[in-house]
Design a binder for this molecule. Structure first.
Ligand code: AMP
Ligand code: GLY
Length: 426
């Protein structure tokens, strides 16, 4: 099987790592990839949203399976683009079409979908410039804090939690009137604040059946004990100890099953990953958001715990044969710790040489690149999140300790990572 993987982060390095272990993977291309993916396949020099370049590559390289890592190409309709190409009708693509990708691409769409299908989520209302004044009145009577969400994709910045009504009104106006997030904030979802503990649950669905993948918890804030600014993710652990059997049963019954049934009833042809961003309040699960792809850095702990052949799983997804698959999970815990550039998530420099990566030779640890590139065979930083180390362990704490000891051997100017990933599980 000839495979093309789109994306360039730690998630894609983890995908490339897992795909390249499959006997069915004959040739692996990654576009654009990073210095890590290049050791497992061939990096190509185009970006995932350049559909023409993706198409030409699929034709020239006789690609059988296309895996879309990030959300943007899905939300922009890469699956639909390929469905309309005669030459590529038989290509298997992992990811929903444009309509299905609205589960992530439009907060208003996903909230309505949840409402129609009785899926537990925060109460909400949506507003545009048309009912702007009604929105202001709604905010004036809303309980605090107030959650404002730009409807469309906003590079992870579109959710603002406001502690008082004045701030909420200012933010609401900036989003709708000043188009703070461009077209993405022409519509705004105003949502009730949910207080609880978050976790990420992943399924692969073929539109009829689904398989549950290991759950994970990510750590979004830059500072220890979840303080400071939001980031793309500073670490992740799996399993999530508070997601016990009883709780996961509720997740299936109240959230996953009605979501899959809803997709089927609404004739949404969804063959790909669904990432449920959940919150546990007392013992009940609620959906904070859907994503139409895997999480980053969650993938870096989920795939290492997955024992199945990933190519087989993805082919079963594309062929609607997931009912024939049983997912097997490594019993060990896995944790990943992300090292970032100095200054991230604010301004940071790129092109800083990274040393010590060849020192990683522990059987229990895997180094994944996130934002790196090679210059004259020397790896350099090329993003905010630079690399992450995933380790297996007897416990979450054990796995985190192993990752931290590997990170001590790596250095680059400005390197920073959180030392407290998994702190609640000590
Ligand atoms: P999102 O960009 O949708 O992933 O949201 C970013 C983060 O905002 C989530 O991971 C939550 O921590 C937080 N969040 C979103 N919606 C709510 C809500 N209704 N109540 C509390 N926190 C929320
Ligand atoms: N780790 C959260 C995300 O991938 O959106």
């Amino acid at each position: 099987m000839r495979i093309l993987l789109l994306g360039s982060g730690g998630r894609e390095h983890a995908f490339a790592w897992k795909l390249s272990q499959s006997l069915r993977c004959k040739k692996l291309f990654i576009a654009p990839g990073n210095a890590g993916t290049n050791t497992l396949g061939t990096n190509l020099h185009f970006v995932a949203t350049d559909f023409e370049a993706v198409k030409n590559c699929c034709i020239e390289e006789k690609i059988d399976l296309l895996i879309v890592g990030p959300e943007e190409p899905l939300v922009k309709g890469i699956v639909d683009f390929f469905k309309n190409e005669d030459q590529l009708k038989n290509l298997c693509i992992i990811g929903p079409d444009k309509f299905g990708a609205q589960l992530e691409g439009s907060k208003a769409f996903s909230k309505k979908f949840m409402q129609r299908n009785n899926i537990p989520t925060a109460a909400y209302k949506e507003f545009t410039s048309e009912n702007f004044n009604e929105g202001i009145e709604y905010l004036q009577n809303h309980n605090l804090p107030i959650v404002l969400k730009a409807d469309g994709l906003a590079a992870g910045k579109g959710v603002v939690i406001c502690e008082n009504r004045l701030e909420a009104i200012d933010e609401f106006s900036a989003m709708i009137k000043n188009e703070k997030f461009g077209d993405a904030s022409k519509k705004v979802v105003v949502e009730e604040f949910l207080k609880g503990i978050e976790l990420s649950v992943f399924v692969l669905t073929d539109g009829k059946n689904y398989v549950l993948l290991p759950e994970a918890k990510d750590y979004k804030r830059i500072g220890e004990k979840d303080s400071g600014l939001n980031t793309g993710g500073m670490g992740a652990v799996s399993p999530v100890l508070f997601a016990d059997e009883l709780f996961m049963q509720k997740v299936k019954e109240k959230i996953i099953n009605p979501t899959i049934a809803g997709l089927k009833n609404e004739k949404i042809d969804y063959r790909g990953f669904i990432f449920f961003g959940l919150i546990k309040i007392e013992d009940e699960p609620f959906v904070i958001e859907y994503n139409c792809r895997m999480g980053d850095p969650e993938t870096e702990v989920v795939l290492p715990r997955l024992k199945n052949d990933l190519v087989e799983l993805l082919m079963a997804t594309s062929n609607q044969q997931l009912d024939k698959i049983t997912v097997e999970v490594d019993e060990r815990a896995a944790a990943t710790v992300v090292a970032v550039s100095g200054g991230y998530p604010g301004e940071y420099k790129k092109g800083i040489p990274i040393f010590g990566m060849n020192e990683v030779n522990s059987a229990d640890s895997i180094l994944f690149h996130s934002g790196t590139k090679l210059k004259d065979d020397q790896p350099q930083t090329d993003g905010g999140r630079v690399l992450c180390v995933t380790s297996y362990g007897k416990s979450i704490t054990d796995a985190v300790e192993k990752s931290k000891s590997v990170l001590q051997k790596i250095n680059y100017e400005g390197m920073y990572y959180r030392k407290d990933i998994g702190y609640e599980f000590e």
